[in-house]
Design a protein around this ligand. Structure first.
Ligand SMILES: [Mn+2]
Length: 392
């Protein structure tokens, strides 16, 4: 038997680092990262750092109890949504591939899921056919709205279809503008959905209130009742007026969403949160109550009196502190720590009500190779926690 104790394994790995065999530690293909990362010196994140013992991804004993609203055999639909046009940086399109390279699909089967791989939506063709310099200028209040809108329409249709076929969508971003498509599709299939939005930002802008015009800051705003009632007038978003069956697109009511992790909220968003009484647990609340109490209150807000309500969770990796998740476009200091980031996911999975998830804003080009690997590994860990991984 070739079984190593934890300290032996650690010694062995340290030795291979000394010998320069770092490739053996990381299952991510190093060649995938831009070449500048191969030669850079390792950036030291004080206090951060990746562990060197790989998780065994044991199946969860109470798997069926954790996803009670999903039909047997429980099937996850993995959907890549490699969007970059909702924000200024290239690189978020690598998110789906990075998570796949980390064996996300195999991990899901280890946890007990059947996995239906829907591959990546083809957004490349959109940018070529829909993006001209003129459009960039004309739609500056909602930048690249034709491309973002068309991509979100494709995603919304796929979400609706997968949900109606009884599957559990796992959406891999892409920047957070894809959340417009994810949410729109879910709202058509499940108008009573409760949404948990884990993010440093509220993403509650509309083209009128946004200074930047970046659509990744509008994913909640464009679908919220009382915030944006004319989203279908944005070029590229005409489809939002009606759902596939011709009925008006369902909007999200302000009491159907809970924010977790907020710490960078603009004035207009703040007004809307206050005016509409939207439940928001900021980092101040995490400090004040602890993450356990915050999640208890968040789930109670959505599920009390309605225990069979389906839940969707949208996880923007920038909710996590940039020391732990540096590879993302809009980092804000003072975020969730490593365990808090996982606890959010574990608590939502344990509610039994989760029916879809989304992981967004991973961008490996914005930091060095080490920072990227840590961020992707964290994103993967959070996703597997959401999908039922439990410690014992
Ligand atoms: Mn976001």
């Amino acid at each position: 038997m070739n079984v190593l104790t934890r300290s032996q394994a650690s010694l062995k790995l340290n030795k291979s680092v000394a010998l320069g065999e770092t490739k053996s530690i990381f299952s991510l293909s190093r060649s995938f990262y831009p070449s500048i990362f191969h030669h850079g010196t390792r950036k030291i994140h004080s206090g951060a750092g990746i562990g060197n013992v790989h998780d065994q991804m044991l199946p969860t004993p109470d798997f069926d109890g954790m996803f009670k609203l999903i039909e047997q055999p429980k099937t996850a639909s993995v959907i890549g949504a490699p969007m970059t046009h909702g924000q200024p940086f290239v690189g978020t399109d690598h998110g789906p591939q990075l998570l796949r390279n980390e064996n996300l699909l195999q991990h899901l089967t280890s946890l007990g899921w059947r996995v239906h791989d829907k591959a990546d939506l083809n957004f490349d063709s959109l940018s070529n056919s829909l993006m001209t310099e003129n459009e960039r200028i004309e739609t500056s209040k909602a930048k690249n709205s034709k491309v973002v809108g068309k991509g979100c329409s494709m995603l919304a249709d796929m979400m609706e279809k997968e949900i109606l076929e009884g599957r559990f969508p796992v959406v891999l971003g892409g920047d957070h503008s894809i959340g417009i498509g994810t949410l729109a599709g879910i709202l058509r299939a499940r108008p009573n959905v409760g949404v948990i939005w884990v993010d440093a930002h509220a993403d509650l802008h509309t083209p009128e209130t946004s200074d930047s015009g970046n659509m990744h800051g509008m994913s909640v705003g464009l679908l919220m009742e009382g915030v944006a009632d004319n989203s279908h007038t944005i070029p590229g978003f005409e489809w939002l007026q009606n759902s596939l069956d011709g009925n008006p697109q369902s909007l999200l009511s302000p009491d159907s969403i809970v924010y977790i992790g907020l710490r960078d909220v603009d004035a207009a968003e703040r007004n809307n949160i206050r005016k509409n009484n939207i439940k928001a647990f900021t980092m101040h609340d995490v400090d004040n109550f602890g993450i356990g109490k915050v999640m208890e209150m968040a789930l109670a807000h959505l599920l009390d009196g309605n225990p069979d309500r389906p839940l969707h969770l949208s996880y923007d990796i920038d909710a996590v502190d940039p020391m732990l998740a540096p590879a993302t476009g809009t980092t804000v200091r003072g975020g969730l720590n490593y365990r808090e980031a996982h606890f959010v996911a574990e608590a939502v999975a344990m509610s039994g009500a989760l029916t879809s998830v989304e992981m967004v804003e991973l961008n490996p080009t914005l930091t060095d190779g080490q920072g990227s690997r840590e961020t992707v590994e964290l994103g993967l860990g959070i996703l597997t926690s959401l999908m039922g991984k439990s410690i014992i």
